[in-house]
Design a protein around this ligand. Structure first.
Ligand code: SF4
Length: 364
């Protein structure tokens, strides 16, 4: 069943971050953030290239200083993926980076000073035709809002977001998206649901500071999954205390698991037991790594024995079912006559998957 057919996405306006559409039924984009020193231009460019390689649609970069804003210009000139500049408090840095080619500004207008400063930033964003993301975070709520609600509740996050949105409204600026993130999944989910009823702009969703790789992946998958199943969310970022490459991979895994956006290989593999005829876990691990550049959507089943192998292979693009010494290959559910020696499964599967990917690409 295509679950996506059951999801009714929230109606939202369309904005563009560079050439990536966000909102109004655009594909849900996956973004992440660099964690190199922005002023270390070589390392930052290399990380951006690596993140693009695994499929990132958009990349955000922290711009804490004027030097970082200068570095941003050089970085932007050498990469071909939309870049969001992340600014806190300093309106001069915001203006500089807008003029240096930012594709989007992450900034909370209420935090950058008086109306004159806010107007200058918004005028510059309008002039450069660049959208803004308001990013409310449970860890940095305004003092008065925290005093009112005693803790960063969903209602507190909503009030903060609406306050920042009012600033943009007052200057007739509607090219923005909003996030209301909390490290508490329940709070984040409720805050997004409240916000979704208040505005028509796209929503950037995520569970902030969700933790290390395993814990953060579980928390993010549940929180983001609940929202997406409710039709809420136009772009996602997974926040992990990990290499940002993993954030991108987890983001696409979530979208693929929900059948929302199919990109890359969906590995179907058994958990293994004493019946396995070849090392399934090692095979999957190696192929996941080797094939991370393949963006063509396809199901690949890697099953250790015939108990479940045939059933999975019949519905997969490519499938292998373990037998003693030589295993059986299936292509589009059709059993192939020649068998694959168990010690050659990894190389043979890689070859088959790449060939299939090329064929599928040539048809599009
Ligand atoms: Fe074990 Fe076979 Fe099931 Fe894999 S498919 S877990 S090898 S019984």
């Amino acid at each position: 069943m295509n679950i996506n057919q059951c999801i009714k996405r929230r109606k939202s306006d369309r904005i563009y971050v560079g050439n990536v559409p966000i909102g109004n039924n655009a594909p849900i984009s996956v973004q992440t953030m660099t964690n190199t020193e922005t002023t270390d231009i070589t390392s930052t460019i290399q990380q951006i290239i690596n993140l693009k390689h695994v499929g990132a649609d958009i990349i955000r970069i922290s711009i804490p200083t004027m030097e970082a804003a200068d570095a941003f210009k050089k970085i932007k000139n050498q990469v071909d993926i939309p870049l969001i500049a992340d600014i806190h408090y300093n309106y001069k840095i915001a203006i500089k980076v807008l003029n240096n080619g930012a594709d989007c500004l992450r900034i909370n207008p209420g935090n950058i000073g008086n109306k004159r400063k806010i107007k200058q930033v918004i005028d510059c964003a309008k002039y450069n035709n660049v959208p803004i993301r308001i990013g409310v975070n449970s860890g940095s709520l305004e003092k008065d809002i925290l005093e009112k609600y005693k803790s960063p509740t969903p209602e507190a996050l909503l009030e903060s977001a609406m306050r920042h949105i009012d600033y943009l409204d007052n200057f007739n600026f509607d090219q923005f998206k909003v996030s209301v993130k909390s490290s508490n999944m329940y709070i984040a989910v409720k805050a997004y649901k409240l916000l979704a009823k208040q505005i028509t702009q796209p929503l950037h969703i995520g569970i902030t500071e969700s933790g290390g790789f395993r814990n953060g992946t579980v928390k993010s998958s549940i929180g983001i999954g609940l929202l997406l199943l409710d039709g809420i969310g136009d772009t996602i970022r997974i926040s992990l205390a990990e290499n940002p490459i993993e954030e991108v991979k987890v983001g696409f895994d979530i979208l693929r698991s929900l059948n929302i956006r199919l990109k890359g290989i969906n590995f179907i593999a058994c958990p293994t037991c004493s019946r396995q005829e070849f090392d399934v876990i090692k095979t999957v691990k190696i192929l996941e790594k080797r094939l991370e550049d393949v963006t063509t959507p396809m199901d690949v089943s890697i099953i250790g024995c015939s108990v479940n192998g045939l059933g999975e292979a019949l519905t997969s693009t490519i499938g292998i079912t373990g037998y003693r010494k030589d295993s059986v290959l299936y292509k589009d559910g059709v059993r192939q006559l020649s068998r694959i020696k168990n010690n050659q499964i990894i190389d043979e599967l890689e070859k088959e998957i790449r060939n299939k990917s090329k064929k599928l690409l040539s048809l599009t």
